[in-house]
Design a protein around this ligand. Structure first.
Ligand code: ATP
Ligand code: MG
Length: 425
């Protein structure tokens, strides 16, 4: 054994895991690291979003922080006494996080490192993950006496000595013990995937048009992970649409809320506008005009909520109202940019994402939607934009009905765990 290694083994240092009642979670970020001048802003928002999610966890007492988040050299550390499943629920759904692991923090000395490694290996053996392992060392502290390979070699042989059932297999291990040597040593095995993307709020605010279908929750998810803070709007047409159909949308919003750091849904009674449109325009163009009307009401809401964009779940060519000409028409009915993150995706890709965010089973419940209820048998697919604009402008009192609809909105707030409280506005 060389001299520096000897000093590592004998130079005191605690061999125990560093004290602290709380669990430690190590959080990795991705795209934020590409930011240059404004990186601190992105980091601060992510920290706030994690803190908010943790403070709203079901077992966190009201008013308590629930944990502490620190950022050091591009790594986030969360210390929290909260149950593992609640922490996982927050970290896996907070945009900006690429992966996270429950970690052990110890002093950077071999006795402490090997004790922590044994803990991890024993857990893997107990959970029957397998016997083949390897070490992966990341040595940020360049003042340490061994290089990464040296640590892997020493720790590997010490671990084999302590737990002879294990086998080193660097090519095809059943588990990997990851060791990060920073201002302290951090050891962990399982890396859970995060959502990726950018922290919610870094890209501004947008209004998500949330129907009861598969597509719009996915569109919300995708824009949320590009950093947009969302407010959702839903149009329903009672008594033609049922309370069950509305309840379905409430549940979809609740499922989406954790990815958005909380969400407010405005449910708009659209019946009077819909009836007026149906009476005023040729049957084939009713869907087109009601979509334009929904977009204009969404824009009015956007102005009031200081949102700078609309988001829809439209995908090119999926239905009549989503042809290039129809999209050109509805786009032109509002001034705000319309984000359509699904525009180039096919249904299978969208369904896969819908399952991933946990909304699929709800989205396919067979409740009627105002678009399907009022849709004509032969909808217009290639509208003449200028002509249809004229038809729409001639609908009497529509602006008044739109204002009335917005005034009668019902507001539902969801926290970052999808729990709701109802307010009227
Ligand atoms: P989805 O699966 O999201 O319902 P879809 O394939 O049924 O979409 P459309 O009904 O044409 O397509 O709706 C296209 C988009 O318009 C939706 O993704 C949504 O953003 C918006 N939209 C449609 N109906 C409503 C509604 N009732 N309330 C709010 N937004 C709506
Ligand atoms: Mg729909």
């Amino acid at each position: 054994m060389n001299e520096s290694l000897q000093s590592l083994l004998t130079n005191g240092g605690e061999s125990d895991i560093l004290p602290g009642m709380d669990d430690l979670w190590l959080i990795k970020i991705g795209e934020i690291t590409l930011k240059k001048g404004n990186r601190a802003y992105f980091e601060r928002l992510l920290k706030e979003n994690i803190r908010k999610g943790i403070s709203q966890a079901p077992s966190c007492p009201d008013g308590a922080a629930g944990g502490q988040v620190t950022i050091r050299s591009g790594r986030y550390y969360l210390e929290t006494p909260l149950p593992e499943d609640e922490v996982i629920a927050v970290l896996s759904k907070t945009p900006g996080i690429v992966s996270f692991s429950k970690a052990l923090r110890v002093e950077k000395e071999l006795p402490a490192l090997i004790e922590a490694s044994k803990d991890i290996a024993r857990t893997c053996l107990n959970e029957q993950i397998g016997h083949r392992f390897k070490f992966e060392i990341r040595r940020t502290d360049k003042s340490l006496p061994l290089d990464s390979y040296g640590y892997a070699r020493e720790l590997g042989s010490m671990l084999l000595e302590a737990l002879p059932d294990l086998i080193v297999d660097v090519r095809n291990p059943d588990f990997t013990i990851r060791v990060e040597l920073r201002e302290k040593a951090y050891l962990y095995q399982h890396q859970r995937p995060g959502t990726g993307g950018l922290p919610v709020g870094t890209a501004g605010r947008g209004v998500l048009m949330l129907s009861g279908g598969i597509d719009s929750p996915v569109a919300g998810f995708l824009m949320s992970k590009r950093g947009l803070r969302l407010t959702a709007i839903h149009f329903h047409t009672p008594p033609f649409t049922s309370p069950e159909a509305h309840d379905k949308v409430i549940r979809l919003a609740s499922q989406l809320a954790p990815y958005c750091g909380g969400l407010t849904l405005y449910s708009i009674p659209f019946t009077d506008c819909q009836v007026k449109i149906n009476k005023s325009v040729p049957r084939a163009s009713t869907t087109l005009h009601s979509r334009a009307c929904m977009m204009q009401i969404s824009e009015l809401l956007a102005e009031r909520c200081r949102c700078g964009a609309l988001v829809t779940g439209e995908s090119l060519g999926q239905v009549a109202s989503q042809t290039m000409e129809s999209l050109a028409y509805t786009d032109g009915s509002v001034d705000l940019p319309v984000f359509r993150p699904l525009i180039g995706m096919d249904k299978e890709e969208i369904i896969k994402l819908c399952r991933k965010i946990g909304s699929y089973d709800t989205a396919v419940e067979p409740y009627e939607d105002c678009c399907t209820l009022f849709s004509p048998d032969k909808p217009l697919t290639r509208p003449d934009v200028a002509f249809e604009r004229g038809v729409y402008q001639d609908i009497e009192d529509l602006e008044f009905l739109m204002e009335e609809a917005l005034k009668s909105a019902e507001r539902t707030d969801f926290d970052s765990h999808g729990r709701r409280k109802v307010k009227s506005c």
